[in-house]
Design a protein around this ligand. Sequence first.
Ligand SMILES: *Cc1c(COP(=O)(O)O)cnc(C)c1O
Ligand code: SF4
Length: 344
Amino acid sequence: MGFANLSPSSAPPRQQTQRAAWQQELADAILDASQLCRELKLPTEYEEPARKAAKLFPLLVPRSYLQRMQSGNPHDPLLRQVLPLDAEFVSDQQFTLDPVGDSAALRAPGLLQKYAGRALLITTGACAIHCRYCFRRHYPYAAAPRKLEDWEPALQELRNDSTIHELLLSGGDPLTLTDARLGALIAALEDIPHLRRIRLHTRLPIVLPSRVTAEFLHLLRESRLTPIMVLHANHAQELTGDAAHAVRNLVRAGITTLNQAVLLRGINDQATSLTDLCERLIDLGVIPYYLHQLDRVAGAAHFEVPESAGRELMIELRRRLPGYAVPQYVREIAGEPHKTPISV
Ligand SMILES: *Cc1c(COP(=O)(O)O)cnc(C)c1O
Ligand code: SF4
């Protein structure tokens, strides 16, 4: 199932026209665990477990992201998000294949609705990076629609339901679609009169910043639908160099830009790293939206931070940051009518 089919060969089909620079960069991403370890000069004992665990969920790291890692540091917070570890083989009955009840929320192929007024379209199974903690690492993406015709049942469902005002484009990552495919989808959505907003949940401005082209910004700005971008950055070190530049360009284009982070052990579970992340976001003009408690997906138990520790971190964030820079600490409980706040 799922990600076995998701090597970059399942990335969106290339257009007939010349490949964009970001598509070339995606094609040049690192897929080999040994190569990743060697290029970062990691101690040799990391290689074999990385190769083994990459069979559970393939490794994928773009070079732009690699460049923001510190060489020789196996604990680098960016590396930790992508490095396959032995710990992924540890099974824990509380960590399951579908922790957030996605299968039960399916309204049409690729269309999920859990909450009032908004629905989520799985636009593609492809991502530009493979995050080891991903709650969709076991999602049966092979069944997800890939072409505009495949989205037709979802579009029909949306046309028939005038209570839906906002459509989330998710995946996978919707920004792995070409501008032509995204443009065709957005045009089809614009024809649905009750839709008012599109929200793109993406990690590409962070992990493959060259995706944020002038053409892409134009596509969003020209739409009748109000665009909202939700970035997924987990650490301030991700928001440097060309990624910072790409995020600034989104904000300067006038697009409302939010961020959601996942609370991850060994990556951002210190008050200083979370404070730095929120400050960095605010400095770039991005509002910290959610801090998510990890979804309990099989193979990711080693990333979990207990809620009690999460609450302590939130108290610290409130002490250190302006109110608008403090994200909401939430978790997703299958069947609940909204993300569930974790009260502090
Ligand atoms: C998380 C999620 C949303 C968005 O929830 P918000 O609280 O509006 O950010 C919408 N649909 C689905 C299926 C989701 O999982
Ligand atoms: S980019 Fe998002 S969907 Fe893709 S692997 Fe990472 S967390 Fe999962």
